[in-house]
Design a protein around this ligand. Structure first.
Ligand SMILES: [Ca+2]
Ligand SMILES: [Ca+2]
Length: 422
C-alpha cells in the first residue's frame, strides 16, 4: 500500500555518498523474558480492593524461540503484490523462519526455479489472526544495512478500508530503515499527512544502534501514538480535536507486519554486492493499555493525562508520596485522563489526594462521559486530604474521562490518584 517516498530521495542520495560499512551480522542472541513480564501480576496494588489498573497487561506475543517455520496460528506470509514494498515477497520458508531465538526475514537474489523475479524477500503479517486497537507494541529487532534494503515493522487496519483506501485508512510505521542510513524512521500515514507521492509530513528519524538489537516501542492511545527507541520517546503523533477520520483513522483494529523488503520505492535499486539482507526479530510483545496510569506523577510527565487551561505541570516539590505531584495554577485549569477498557455496568471508584494553597480555594476530583451524569468531589484543605467519587458505567460504556479540575484562581496540588473496580 505504501508508495514511493520521493520526498526523501534527495537526502538518500546525499547519505549514500558517504557509504557506511555494510553489516552482515547474523549472530542470534537469546533474550530472556524480563522479570517485569513474568511478574505482570501487579505489584502496584493500592489496597486489597484495587484492581491492577496501572500496569500494561501482556495480551499477545511471539518470542520466536523455536526453529523452522513461524507459528502459523499467529502469522501468515506477507503476500506478493505490485507495490514497492511487496513486489519481491515470497512464501518460501527459507525467507521467513525461526532460528531458535529470532524470526529471520531474508532477502537475496538467489535463482528460484519457477519464480523468475530478480529478488526474493520474506515477510509476515498477523492479519486475520491478531489485531488490536490501542495498546503498546514492543518489537526487539536487528537488521543489516545495504544499498537497496528496506526492513520495516508496521501496522495496517483490519478491515483494510474502514475509512477508505490508502492513505485515508491509516498506517502506523513503527520502524523503517533504508540503505546504509544511520537513522531509522517512525511514520504515520493518513489522509491529512500523506502527500500525492506517498511521502508523509508525520515522520521522524531517530538514531539507533546500527550494530545490535534495538527495542522499538509504539504506544497507541485514544489521544496519540508515541514511538520509542530503546525506551526513549522519539516522536508523538497527536489526535487533533475536530480532525475527523482523515486525521485520526486510528480507532479501529490494526494488525502487524514484519518484513524485509528492498529494491524498489523508497530505498531504490539494490546493489547486489550488499546482499543478502536480513532482519532478525527477537520478539513481538503486545500489551493492552492500563485502565488508568500515572496517578502518582513519578514518571515526571503529565502523560497520559491531557491538559487544558495551560496551568498544569508536574513539579518536584509538594509531593504527597514519592518526589513529584501535579500543580495547577493560574485560572481555570484541568487535567483529564481518558479511560478505555472499562467493563460496562460496573462500578468504579476514582479518587486521589489534593491540597490548596490558601483557605477558601477548592479543587474537584471527578468523572464524566461514562454513561451517567458527571460526578465530582471537592477538596479544600491546605494539607493533603483525600476524596473520591464512584460511578457505574452504562450498559454499553467502556470509556470514561476522569479529571482533576480547578475552577478558579489560586494554586492547587494533586497526587496519588487511583482507580478501583468495586
Ligand atoms: Ca526470541
Ligand atoms: Ca507522587
Amino acid at each position: 500500500m505504501r508508495k514511493t517516498k520521493f520526498w526523501l530521495v534527495l537526502s538518500l542520495i546525499a547519505t549514500s555518498l558517504s557509504i557506511f560499512a555494510c553489516k552482515k551480522d547474523s549472530t542470534a542472541t537469546k533474550n530472556p523474558i524480563p522479570e517485569e513480564i513474568k511478574a505482570k501480576a501487579s505489584t502496584k496494588l493500592l489496597n486489597a480492593t484495587t484492581v491492577a489498573t496501572t500496569d500494561y497487561e501482556l495480551i499477545w506475543s511471539d518470542e520466536f524461540n523455536s526453529n523452522g517455520s513461524f507459528d502459523s496460528t499467529k502469522w501468515s506470509y506477507a503476500d506478493r503484490g505490485t507495490v514497492a514494498w511487496n513486489k519481491y515477497m515470497t512464501s518460501l520458508p527459507a525467507y521467513a523462519s525461526q532460528d531458535g531465538s529470532n524470526l529471520v526475514l531474508r532477502m537475496d537474489n538467489a535463482v528460484v526455479a519457477g519464480d523468475p523475479v530478480a529478488y526474493h524477500a520474506g515477510g509476515v503479517k498477523s492479519m486475520g489472526k491478531f489485531s488490536m486497537t490501542y495498546g503498546k507494541v514492543e518489537v526487539r529487532a536487528k537488521f543489516t544495512q545495504g544499498r537497496g534494503s528496506w526492513p520495516a515493522i508496521w501496522m495496517m487496519p483490519e478491515p483494510a478500508t474502514a475509512y477508505g483506501g490508502w492513505p485515508s485508512c491509516g498506517e502506523i510505521d513503527i520502524m523503517e530503515h533504508v540503505n546504509n542510513e544511520s537513522v531509522m524512521y517512525h511514520t504515520i500515514h493518513n489522509g491529512s499527512v500523506t502527500n500525492a507521492n506517498g511521502g508523509s509530513t508525520a515522520s521522524k528519524s531517530a538514531t539507533y544502534n546500527t550494530t545490535d538489537y534495538n527495542l522499538y516501542t509504539m504506544i497507541w492511545s485514544p489521544n496519540d501514538i508515541r514511538f520509542y527507541v530503546n525506551n526513549v520517546l522519539q516522536y508523538t503523533y497527536a489526535r487533533v480535536s475536530g480532525g475527523g477520520t482523515q486525521q485520526w483513522p486510528f480507532d479501529v483494529p490494526f494488525y502487524l507486519i514484519l518484513n524485509q523488503a528492498g529494491g524498489a520505492g523508497w530505498p531504490g535499486a539494490i546493489t547486489n554486492a550488499d546482499l543478502p539482507f536480513s532482519m532478525q526479530v527477537d520478539y513481538v510483545r503486545v500489551y493492552k493499555l492500563p485502565l488508568f496510569s500515572n496517578g502518582d506523577f513519578e514518571s515526571g510527565v503529565i502523560y497520559p493525562w491531557t491538559t487544558w487551561g495551560g496551568g498544569s505541570s508536574v513539579i518536584s516539590t509538594d509531593a504527597r508520596t514519592g518526589t513529584k505531584c501535579i500543580r495547577e495554577t493560574g485560572g481555570e485549569t484541568s487535567i483529564e485522563q481518558y479511560l478505555t477498557g472499562l467493563t460496562p455496568n460496573t462500578t468504579y471508584r476514582f479518587g486521589g489526594y489534593a491540597k490548596v494553597s490558601a483557605a477558601g480555594q477548592s479543587v474537584s476530583i471527578g468523572v464524566k462521559n461514562y454513561g451517567g451524569t458527571a460526578v465530582n468531589a471537592t477538596i479544600g484543605t491546605t494539607s493533603y486530604s483525600s476524596n473520591s467519587v464512584t460511578f457505574t458505567t452504562g450498559t454499553n460504556n467502556t470509556t470514561a474521562t476522569v479529571y482533576f479540575y480547578k475552577p478558579l484562581s489560586g494554586t492547587v496540588y494533586g497526587d496519588d490518584f487511583y482507580l478501583e473496580k468495586l
